[in-house]
Design a binder for this molecule. Sequence first.
Ligand SMILES: Cc1cc2nc3c(=O)[nH]c(=O)nc-3n(C[C@H](O)[C@H](O)[C@H](O)COP(=O)(O)OP(=O)(O)OC[C@H]3O[C@@H](n4cnc5c(N)ncnc54)[C@H](O)[C@@H]3O)c2cc1C
Length: 295
Amino acid sequence: MTELKGRLLCNEPLAKYTSWRVGGAADQLYIPFDKQDLCEFIKSLPKDEPVFWMGLGSNLLVRDGGIRGTVINTKGRLKDMRINDDGSVYVEAGVPCAHVARFCAENGLVDAEFLAGIPGTMGGALKMNAGAFGGETWRIVKNVEMLNVTGDVTLRDPKEFSVSYRSVKSANNEWFLSANLVLETGDSAASIQKIKGLLETRAKTQPTNQPSCGSVFKNPEGDFAARLIEATKLKGYSIGGACVSEKHANFIVNTGNATATDIENLIKYVKRKVQYIHGVELQTEVCMIGEAISD
Ligand SMILES: Cc1cc2nc3c(=O)[nH]c(=O)nc-3n(C[C@H](O)[C@H](O)[C@H](O)COP(=O)(O)OP(=O)(O)OC[C@H]3O[C@@H](n4cnc5c(N)ncnc54)[C@H](O)[C@@H]3O)c2cc1C
């Protein structure tokens, strides 16, 4: 077997890997050296090992009891990005979305500006079909490179995935290694200016200086989760260290000492209240994983 070059950490607390700054420990966390190394590592795992991938942890609520099995963390790894001969853009799963937006803009490729303010990786954006300001990840995907549990790598067409609003369905136990993106050519300076404008809008409307996971709930058809939560008078409502943001009602912020349990309890409370007052069942956008701590 090829020697592994990544870092394997045992019983690793995940709070420092998530944007909410909460979460228990993973039994083991692997930080791959590169794509090849990651494929070798996956091949080396027992076939029944539970495996969970994370990027920048900006859409994850890891429960306080942590995650049993192996967590793969691509943050700062799998970071190659280049323009292919056919003009498409090759982006590995660990590249931050903000870098993709800037790289495309600087190379006169437009329509990836929406990625600028999304604080996750390309891998996370592919899994979530991340979107903002009218743009959506899978609208610019030409194809993706997948790794499965047996270590096989395949190039796949978007038609092979069921893609919808903040949801992408694929087979279990396969993950995104990279994507090729297709973009229109356009004016580089205008694209950079557009990014600046989008970031300013975010700073004005979102609590970007507090730990959060962005929007907690998906927008229901024809409405906005933030509007419903605000109309339920829940802005500023808190449980423990978790608080519904005063700035954007669909954000729950960690005011300093929140636990994952506080956040999950607040999510459930908001859901119940909105259902009671407005008769709308909100669906969570954030991924909740791991084990709760039993009393
Ligand atoms: C302040 C703030 C603003 C935000 N604004 C937006 C926004 O405007 N639009 C939006 O869509 N989202 C937004 N988000 C949410 C989040 O940034 C996105 O969902 C992002 O795409 C998650 O990427 P990540 O790398 O952090 O993924 P993680 O949070 O680490 O993981 C999210 C999911 O992706 C899976 N995953 C991660 N990498 C891979 C991979 N390589 N292969 C397979 N699965 C993988 C994980 O298993 C998990 O299911 C915001 C978050 C914050 C904190």
